[in-house]
Design a protein around this ligand. Structure first.
Ligand SMILES: *Cc1c(COP(=O)(O)O)cnc(C)c1O
Length: 405
């Protein structure tokens, strides 16, 4: 039976496994580092060069990545149900790769307003200078069709959105885009590729910051783009080559090692985060919790329909309008490291910057715009310890507020 028919847990374990040589070999693919790729003869070199130019997954130079890279690409393509995956040196570089491969001067792109905020920097620093127009829209509420113009080339979505986790109706949005010949790309970092299948739901391209759940141990920067067919594979491959991108074999190895345990890690992130989200929802100091797996979340019905699990990211707004509430709370935590990124085994806390929240249409109209927001990544610690830690921080925050009153 072929691996493509196996269940996802089996594919996570076996996809990209190395062939045995002379009847024996290691479990894991070796770390194959190189700059020069050697050829048996010049005719082989020329033939492989032609294959690469035609869009085949062939390495003729170190930048293209050899066995380790290829094993990771195969495993991610299997996870995402795609035709091919291409690695990039970070999640953001994977996004830039997609934008530059699909957009040209004079083109228009529609982007959901809950998008990972640095995408707006790419727009300002790069796309605007090259005559590409990006328009942000509230994809959870606005009608898509009236926004599509004759030069609209790309619909770029992230579901759930960053920070506030707005769930989008990807099948409906993709159907409208496809009717107008618009390409659909989705950032699938939140689900790790395990709990959401953008390609099956209508997207042409799925992007992940493998830095997060795929690598899963806070020790790698990695991005990956998965496409639905050979045309996009050729387009993305040509842009990858033109940008001179390269990914280290050690980083590819670490990411593949992380991917093998994605299913067990994510199941626990989901379980722990749900326990924390339920705890937060019961706190008098909390105005609102953002977590689509919570029954009362406005995205819950769509999440249930399209997702098979949830991540460890939980945000919440404080009831108190003191702008320092989140910072004070976060400083009082013991088990939550303070820092950006997420997806490792450990818990993190971050204050959501008000200017980033203001980018989200649903935030601007939520009536909570004066509240400060904390974003938590719930790790693999005991949720009982995490909840005790949160309880202690709420107490410390209340004491500080009383003293300053
Ligand atoms: C972190 C993140 C990225 C960027 O990934 P890096 O590897 O940090 O560059 C992109 N999209 C989403 C949704 C992210 O959370």
């Amino acid at each position: 039976m072929s691996l493509t028919q196996a269940r996802v847990q089996t594919r996570l374990v076996h996809a990209g496994s190395p062939e045995l040589k002379q009847g024996a070999g290691p479990v894991n693919v070796p770390v194959v580092r190189t700059s020069t790729v050697r050829f048996a003869d010049t005719a082989t070199q020329a033939a492989l060069g032609r294959q690469r130019a035609a869009g085949e997954r062939v390495a003729t130079y170190g930048r293209h990545g050899l066995d380790t890279h290829q094993a990771l690409e195969e495993a991610v393509a299997s996870l995402e149900g795609g035709y091919r995956s291409v690695l990039a040196p970070s999640g953001l570089s994977a996004i830039v790769l997609v934008l530059l491969a699909t957009l040209a001067p004079g083109d228009h792109a529609l982007v959901s307003d809950g998008v990972y905020s640095p995408v707006r920097k790419v727009d300002r620093a790069l796309l605007q200078r090259y005559g590409i127009e990006v328009e942000y829209f509230s994809a959870a509420r606005d009608e898509l069709e009236p926004l599509i113009r004759p030069n609209t080339r790309l619909l770029y979505l992230e579901s759930p959105g960053s920070l506030l986790y707005e769930v989008l109706d990807l099948p409906a949005l993709a159907a409208v885009a496809r009717r107008h010949g618009v390409l659909v790309a989705a950032d699938n970092t939140w689900s790790g590729g395990l709990y959401y299948q953008p390609l099956a739901l209508g997207a042409h391209i799925s992007i992940q910051a493998a830095t997060k759940y795929l690598a899963g141990h806070s020790d790698v920067m990695m991005g990956v783009v998965t496409v639905d067919g050979p045309d996009l594979a050729r387009q993305i491959g040509a842009t990858f080559d033109a940008l001179g991108l390269a990914v280290g074999a050690d980083d590819a190895y670490l990411t593949l090692r992380g991917l093998r345990t994605l299913d067990v890690r994510l199941a626990r992130h989901h379980e722990n985060a749900l326990a924390v989200a339920r705890y937060l929802a019961g706190q008098a100091d909390v105005a609102r919790v953002y977590y689509p797996a919570l029954e009362q979340d406005p995205g819950h019905a769509l999440w249930r329909r399209d997702f098979s699990g949830a991540s460890g990211l939980v945000s919440f707004a404080f009831r108190d309008t003191d702008p320092a509430a989140a910072a004070r709370f976060i400083d009082a935590l013991r088990y939550f490291a303070i820092g950006a990124s997420w997806g490792g085994y450990e818990s993190l806390a971050l204050e959501a910057a008000p200017e980033r929240l203001a980018e989200h249409g649903n935030w601007r109209e939520s009536g909570l715009e004066r509240q400060s927001v904390a974003r938590l990544h719930i790790g693999l610690e005991s949720p009982l310890d995490l909840i005790e830690d949160l309880e202690r921080a709420f107490g410390a925050t209340r004491d500080a507020l009383r003293r300053s009153a």
